[in-house]
Structure formats: C-alpha cells, structure tokens
Design a protein around this ligand. Structure first.
Ligand code: 1GP
Length: 248
C-alpha cells in the first residue's frame, strides 16, 4: 500500500493520524532510531524526518537508516530544501511553501529536487505548506509572510488555492516549539473548506493531551509532534497519551 493511502485510511477509519517528527540535527542517528522505536511502540503511525537547518546529507541518511532498522512504520521526508531528500525514505512530502516571499521555497527548490526524487523513485505526497504566526525557525528560514493567528480566512484562502492547484494535503504550521498550537478556529475553518478528500495536517506547539485533543476535535486529520517527543524522558507513554486523546 502507498504511504498516502495508508495515512488516509487511518484518518478515515480511526479519526486522526499521529506523526512523530524527528529532526536529524537534534540527536545522533542512533538516538533518532531509539526515539522512532519508542514512538512506534506507543502507536505513532509514521515518522517524519526533517528540520530547518543542518538536517540534510549524511546525517539525514544515517538517521533514516537507523530508524528503518528499528521500526517498520513508514518514514516520510519533510524537507526544508533539496538536501532534505534521501533514497532511504518511503515517501516525501513534496511541498510548496505557498506563503513564502521567496520563489525558491515555492517552486525553484522543487524543480531542482524533482529529478532526484524521480531517480530515487520515492513516493510523493503533494502538500501546500502554510506557516502561521509565530512561525519559529522555519518561518524565518522560509521567508514566510506569516499568516496572522487570528485570521483563519487567510489560511482558508491559501488552503483552497493549494487544493485547486491539485495538492492533496495542507499543513498548517505554527513553527516547531511554538508557544501555542494553531487555533481551533483556524483548523475548523480550513478543514471545512478542504472537505473530506483533502487531508489537513497540523503541527507546531502541540505539547499536551489537551492541545492534541483540541486540534483533533477542531478537524485536524493528522497531528505532528516533534519537540515534546524529543524532550520527554518516556517517549512511548507520551505518544500513547497523545494518541488516546486524538482518538477519543
Ligand atoms: C514542526 O510542526 C512541527 O515542523 C512540530 O512542531 O516541534 O512544536 O512539535 P513541534
């Protein structure tokens, strides 16, 4: 089964998908493999691998190899740039940062990376990537014109634009380590506009079971947690708690 089909099936049948984000720049490849193993034991559905800076090349390849040694769930690339592509992954979020001011993040990096993805024969999952205030490091690196957190209509407009251009997924990103996740109002309005077939991913600042539950209830098809999984001393239990909350 294709990774996109697998994720959609979980979203449709169980309600909400949980994705664990591992930034190869944050720990050794072996430690990345350990986190993935514990997250998989806790029930996470897939591992995303990527980061804004220092997350490409050998460190990316080695991290994915370690994750694949320890788990059998899909590994999906979440690239900040062309160096975020690896032949070891199962799929790639082939994304365009629609609200960037810099054409490099909208189409140029995609053009440079596409022949590499083709050569490696990695499954592509098309995605409109939208960065909302506060935006964090990725907002700065991606030169995003941040969507104000109290302007859900702007997120809706961008999401519809992505959908009409043929993107299957929309990702509302508050930035890794954001003080608060995307608001339920913005999640709800965006999901309503996208409809059932286009899936909505929400990430950035989701730390507690209450945050996760609120995002899921508001309409997120998938939630991403990175920082909280990296920082906890008990990855398995944390992931179990988050998943219980999003599937209540
Ligand atoms: C970042 O949305 C992801 O791209 C995850 O954010 O690290 O805050 O969980 P956190």
């Amino acid at each position: 089964m294709k990774v996109e089909e697998y994720l959609n099936k979980i979203a449709d049948e169980k309600g909400t998908v949980h994705l664990t984000l591992i930034d190869p720049a944050s720990q050794s490849p072996e430690e990345g493999g350990d986190i993935a193993y514990e997250a998989a034991c806790g029930g996470t559905d897939a591992i995303m691998v990527g980061g804004s800076t220092g997350a490409g090349g050998t460190v990316l390849d080695r991290t994915i190899v370690e994750i694949k040694k320890r788990t059998s769930i899909p590994v999906i690339l979440f690239p900040a740039n062309v160096d975020g592509i690896s032949p070891h992954a199962d799929a790639i979020f082939f994304m365009s940062l629609l609200n960037s001011r810099d054409v490099n993040f909208i189409t140029t990096s995609q053009m440079i990376g596409a022949p590499i993805v083709y050569k490696y024969n990695i499954e592509t999952i098309s995605m409109a990537y939208l960065i909302v205030e506060p935006g964090g490091t990725v907002g700065w690196v991606g030169d995003a014109r941040l969507i104000p957190k109290n302007k859900p209509e702007l997120a809706v407009a961008y999401s519809l634009a992505g959908k009409y251009m043929g993107m299957h997924y929309t990702y509302l990103e508050a930035g890794s380590g954001a003080d608060r996740p995307i608001t339920p109002e913005m999640i709800g309005a965006t999901k309503h506009a996208l409809g059932d077939h286009n899936k909505l991913i929400v990430g950035g600042g989701i730390r507690t079971v209450e945050d996760a539950r609120e995002c899921a209830r508001a309409g997120a098809d998938m939630i991403v947690t990175g920082t909280v999984v990296e920082e906890t001393g008990d990855v398995r239990t944390k992931v179990e708690e988050l998943i219980t909350a999003i599937r209540e």
